[in-house]
Design a protein around this ligand. Sequence first.
Ligand code: ARG
Ligand code: MN
Ligand code: MN
Length: 350
Amino acid sequence: MNFVRVFVRNMSHKKWEPLKGVGIIGVPFEKGQKKYGVSVAPAAMRSAGLIEHLKEIDGLNVVDYGDIETVSSKQSVAVNNMSHLPTVSACNEQLSERVSQVLRDGRIAVTIGGDHSIGVGTVDGHYKVNEDMILIWVDAHADINTNKTSESGSVHGMPVALLVKELSDYWPYLPTMDWQVPKFSIKNLGYVGLRSVDKYERLVIEKYNVPTFAMEDIEEFGIKNSINHILQTLDPCLNKPIHVSFDIDSLDALEAPSTGTPVRGGLTLREAINLMEIIYSTGRLRAIDLVEINPALGNDSDRKRTIEAGLAVLRAGLGFSRKGTAPRGILDLPIQTHHEEDYLSKAKQN
Ligand SMILES: NC(=[NH2+])NCCC[C@H](N)C(=O)O
Ligand SMILES: [Mn+2]
Ligand SMILES: [Mn+2]
């Protein structure tokens, strides 16, 4: 009787078996934009103690899946207004596989970029494992240009448009991208933090009614209501896996100066931490990308501040509590605080 009940419960919760922990993937890649240095971020994050910091989170098991090997593609196909497409494509193809592997291993996939063009690989890899996933794009920018609407020709401004099926007809044939079939629906996308949106990007967001909390909306509703509204809208039954693609430039340029396309007037670190804590607390967060940290930009203090902000965002998304955690095995310890000692010795004296 007991056995049957346990068995049934396990069956119905098959998808939400307890996670084994997180898997870290580094993507030292910068060909999705034009500035030197964003490819250094995974190494900079690692030497700032990324793995150790995450291991300090109570009970979190961390496995490092290493870096994606990024090589310049020798294929010389050119697509109009799309810089380094074959190289971007080759990196994302590998990344997609690695993300799927981490998720299939029962871990949250934490990907450290790299520029935001790597969102193609992370979301593609997540979608292959969880077709019902929802995507929260936290960014100053919408990254939903096509090669026809982009003013920069940089693929880091195009990943969302490459991913969503509703925009597939707006692209020409993209050589080297055959591995990636845009199946993800724009109906499962939400934006947080926008404040630099190109004309056609705005058109797309309005046409498809993408739940969007730009900075002025966050001003009005606060970060907590904003993210809760997005989660409710995309997933009214509150049972879908969540992917957060976090561009460090969503933070105010004062909080995260070392990034390629900074925009003033962004999220405070406190808002970003709160956002990640709320998403973590759903128990459904399955993938985080942290992108666009560029340690080569700014001075030492800029670099340090930006990396620390990135670490704080990741920790908040993975269960770190600002209230602190009790030491393990506390029940076995004789609990006696200094206060109690004082009190007892005073009581004895009297
Ligand atoms: N991931 C980023 N930081 N993207 C910035 C994109 C800027 C601009 N909208 C463009 O398409 O070029
Ligand atoms: Mn971005
Ligand atoms: Mn951005």
